[in-house]
Design a binder for this molecule. Structure first.
Ligand code: NOJ
Length: 665
C-alpha cells in the first residue's frame, strides 16, 4: 500500500471530547482526512456511531479538508425559574466544548461546532463567525447525521407530506423509517430511549430526517421557494440538534434539555401571560352543527357567545375562544386566506359589547386569526389586528395556517404567480417569531395551530403559550379514522417532548360529527388534562354536554394548569403513561393515567405526596366493564384518604384512563 493510500485509510482522529457532568454521556469529535464526525457514548456503550457533520453550501460542500483552529471547553450550572411550566425550577447543568474548524485550502471558510453535554442528553449546533471570505451562507442542505448504534424501534410521523404534523405515529424498526419529522423517538432492545429533535429554531429551516442506510439518518432541511433551504448573513448559529437519552421512557418526558438549550426569557416581566382554562365557540363547528361562515348556522353571534361567557363565568373558566368572528369565512377559506379581515367583526358579532360583558364577569375573549396560509396578507394587518385585541383586553389568541404543507402563500417579488412555502421552512420560522414578538409588545399570548414545530422557544418568548402541531381532538370530530387510544400515549413520548400542545381535551359526550364514536372512555377524557401538558387547556365540548356529565365535569373545573413539578410514574411509548403534577398555586397534586387499546392494572406509589400529610384523593376512574368500544361511559367517582406512604392500584379500561386530585385535609 502506498503511503498516500495508507493515510487516506487512516482511522479518524479524535480532536475533541467532552463528558457530561455526571460522566453519563461522552461526546467526541473526529476528523477523518479533514471530514468531521461525532460519536456519543453512554456509560461506555456507543449510542451514536461516527456521524458526519457539515453543510452543502451553494458555493460548495463544507465538510472536507478541515483542520482544528482552536477549541474551548467550559462547564455551566445554574437553576432558573420558569414563569409557567411543568416545573418551577429547572437545572441547566452541562459541559461544553466548542471546536473551531477551518478549511485548509480554497476559500478557507471557518465554522464552529459546539457540543453541550448533559447527563440526560446533548445538543450541538454550528456557529458561523464573521470572516473575511464569507459574508453570507446559502445552505442547500445540512450534512448532519445521526447513526444510531443499537438496534432500535422507532415512533415517527412522515415529513414532506400534505398535512404537516397531523399523522398517526407509526412504529417500525428504525432501519425502515422514511423521511420523518422530529421529535422521533427510539427504543433499543435493552430499553435505552433516544429522542432526536432540535432546539431554538430561529431564522432557519426545520430539520427533517432522511434515512441514508441502516440506522443512519441525515438532516434534510425543510424546503424554501427560493431553491436553497436557508440564507443567512454571518455571523449566525444554527438551531441545536438534540438527543435526549434515558433508560426510561419517562426520562425523556422529564428532561428539560430542549428548554435549557434555548436563550433565557427576552421579555422581562411576563406576569401578563396567564396559564388558564378556556371554553370555545368551536366544537359545534367541527360537529357541523354550526358554521364559521355567516348565515343561519353562524356560531359566532353576540347572543350565542354571551351564553358561553355566562357558562365560563359560572364554572371558573378564564377565557372563551371565538372562531368565525371576523369576515373571510364565507366560501372556501381553506388555503385561500386573502379574504380574511382581522380588524373588524362580522355584523352579528358585537366584539366591543362582548368583551365588556366578559370583563364584568371575569371572562376574557380569546382571539382567533385563521390565515388560510395567506401569511403576508395577515402580516399586513397584524399590527392593527393586535391593537384591536389589546384595546379590548383580548390577551391571547389562537392562530391557524390551514392549507396543505408546501402551499403557504408567499408573494413573488417579481410579481409572477405566488411562491409556495412549507409550514416549517425558514420563511415560516421568521413569520411565527414576528407574530410572537409583535404580540409580546402588546402583552398578548399566542397559540398557533398548523404551526411550525415547537423547539423550546417558549423559554425566550413565554407568550408563545402553546400550539397544536399534531393530530388533535378535532380528528375525533371528523377524522377518518379518529385518534385511536394509543395516539395520545404516543403524543406524550414524541410530539410533547418538543413542548406544550393545545390538544383540546374534554369531549365528555364521546361523540363526533354525525355521532361518530370517540375512541375513549369518559374517565380518560379527564386524565388527558394531566397527561398532555399545556398551560392553556380547553374544555372543548359543548356546555350542555358538561351539564349532562356534571360529576365528571367537576374534575375539569378543578384541575390546575400550571405546575411546580411534574413526574412520570410509569409508562412505555405507545402503551400507557401515568403522570403526576403539583399545582403551583395550592398544595394539590393531580394524576393522569392513560392507556392504549389494552386494559391495564398499574400499581403506583404515592411517595410524591408531602410526607406526614393526609390527603383526600378524588378518584375519577373507569367503572366495571368500561371499554372504549362497548361501554365508554362506565365511570366512577369516589374519594378516599391517603398519605405518601400509600400505594394505589390504577385499573384502566381498554382505551381508558384515570384522573385523581389529591387535596391536603
Ligand atoms: C384547524 C384548527 O386546528 C382548528 O382548531 C380550527 O378550528 C380550524 N383550523 C379553523 O381555524
Amino acid at each position: 500500500m502506498s503511503l498516500l493510500a495508507f493515510i487516506a485509510r487512516a482511522e479518524p482522529v479524535t480532536v475533541a471530547s467532552v463528558a457530561s457532568p455526571g460522566n453519563v454521556l461522552t461526546v467526541s469529535l473526529q476528523l477523518d482526512g479533514g471530514t468531521p464526525s461525532y460519536r456519543v457514548e453512554r456509560l461506555g456503550d456507543t449510542v451514536v456511531a461516527d456521524s458526519r457533520l457539515g453543510f452543502q453550501l451553494r458555493d460548495g460542500r463544507l465538510d472536507r479538508d478541515l483542520t482544528v483552529l482552536g477549541q474551548a471547553t467550559r462547564s455551566f450550572d445554574e437553576t432558573w425559574e420558569q414563569p409557567w411550566g411543568e416545573r418551577r425550577r429547572v437545572r441547566n447543568h452541562y459541559n461544553e466544548v466548542a471546536v473551531q474548524l477551518g478549511e485548509r485550502g480554497g476559500a478557507k471558510r471557518r465554522f464552529e461546532v459546539v457540543f453541550r453535554v448533559y447527563d440526560d442528553g446533548l445538543g450541538f449546533r454550528y456557529r458561523f463567525p464573521e470572516q473575511a471570505g464569507m459574508r453570507e451562507a446559502i445552505i442547500d442542505d445540512e450534512l448532519t447525521e445521526f447513526a444510531i448504534a443499537p438496534d432500535a424501534t422507532a415512533w415517527w410521523i412522515p415529513a414532506g407530506e400534505p398535512i404537516h404534523y397531523e399523522y398517526l405515529y407509526q412504529r417500525t424498526p428504525l432501519d425502515q423509517v422514511p423521511l420523518v419529522h422530529t421529535p422521533i423517538t427510539l427504543r433499543s432492545r435493552d430499553g435505552l430511549h433516544v429522542a432526536i429533535h432540535e432546539a431554538a429554531l430561529v431564522d432557519y429551516a426545520g430539520m427533517w430526517l432522511r434515512r441514508i442506510d441502516g440506522q443512519r439518518l441525515r438532516a434534510q432541511l425543510s424546503p424554501s421557494a427560493e431553491g436553497w433551504k436557508v440564507r443567512r448573513t454571518l455571523p449566525f448559529a444554527t438551531p441545536w440538534r438534540t438527543l435526549q437519552i434515558s433508560d426510561r421512557a419517562g426520562g425523556l418526558v422529564e428532561s428539560d434539555l430542549i428548554l435549557n438549550l434555548n436563550e433565557p426569557n427576552a421579555l422581562g416581566d411576563v406576569s401578563w401571560v396567564k396559564p388558564s382554562k378556556y371554553l370555545g365557540v368551536w366544537w359545534s363547528m367541527h360537529l357541523d352543527q354550526e358554521s364559521w361562515a355567516t348565515g343561519p348556522k353562524h356560531a359566532a353571534t353576540t347572543a350565542k357567545t354571551k351564553k358561553v361567557i355566562d357558562f365560563a363565568a359560572a364554572h371558573g373558566f378564564r377565557g372563551v375562544l371565538v372562531e368565525g368572528w371576523n369576515p373571510g369565512w364565507d366560501g372556501n377559506w381553506v388555503g385561500n386566506g386573502d379574504a380574511f379581515d382581522f380588524t373588524r367583526p362580522t355584523a352579528d358579532f358585537d366584539i366591543e359589547a362582548l368583551s365588556a360583558y366578559g370583563a364584568k364577569k371575569g371572562v376574557r375573549l380569546i382571539g382567533h386569526h385563521e390565515t388560510g396560509c395567506a401569511v403576508e396578507h395577515y402580516e399586513d394587518q397584524l399590527g392593527a389586528a393586535l391593537d384591536l385585541y389589546a384595546r379590548l383586553g383580548v390577551d391571547s389568541f389562537k392562530s391557524g395556517y390551514v392549507c396543505d404543507d408546501g402551499q403557504v402563500d408567499r408573494r413573488n417579488p417579481a410579481g409572477g404567480p405566488l411562491w409556495r412555502e412549507w409550514h416549517d421552512g425558514q420563511f415560516m420560522a421568521r413569520h411565527h417569531l414576528k407574530v410572537v414578538q409583535e404580540a409580546a409588545r402588546r402583552h398578548i399570548a399566542v397559540n398557533p395551530h398548523e404551526p411550525i414545530k415547537d423547539t423550546g422557544l417558549r423559554r425566550t418568548y413565554p407568550n408563545w403559550i402553546s400550539r397544536e402541531g399534531a393530530r388533535g381532538m378535532e380528528y375525533n370530530a371528523w377524522g377518518q379514522p379518529p385518534n385511536p387510544p394509543d395516539h395520545e400515549v404516543n403524543l406524550v413520548f414524541t410530539r410533547l417532548l418538543a413542548g406544550p400542545m393545545d390538544y383540546t381535551p374534554g369531549i365528555l359526550s364521546l361523540k363526533g360529527r354525525g355521532g361518530q364514536a370517540i375512541p375513549s372512555t369518559l374517565a380518560r377524557q379527564l386524565a388527558l388534562y394531566v397527561a398532555i401538558y399545556s398551560p392553556i387547556q380547553m374544555a372543548a365540548d359543548l356546555p350542555e354536554h358538561y351539564l349532562q356529565h356534571r360529576e365528571a365535569f367537576r374534575f375539569i373545573e378543578d384541575v390546575a394548569v400550571d405546575w411546580d413539578d411534574s413526574r412520570v410514574l410509569n409508562g412505555e411509548v405507545g402503551d400507557y403513561v401515568t403522570i403526576v403534577r403539583k399545582d403551583r398555586h395550592s398544595r394539590d397534586w393531580f394524576l393522569g393515567s392513560i392507556t392504549d387499546e389494552h386494559g391495564r392494572v398499574l400499581p403506583v406509589s404515592l411517595g410524591f405526596l408531602e410526607p406526614g400529610v393526609r390527603y383526600r384523593a378524588e378518584i375519577y376512574r373507569d367503572g366495571d366493564g368500561a371499554d372504549f368500544r362497548r361501554n365508554p361511559f362506565a365511570f366512577v367517582r369516589d374519594t378516599r384518604e391517603v398519605t405518601s406512604a400509600d400505594a394505589l392500584t390504577l385499573v384502566l379500561a381498554p382505551g381508558g384512563g384515570q384522573a385523581i386530585r389529591f387535596t391536603p385535609l
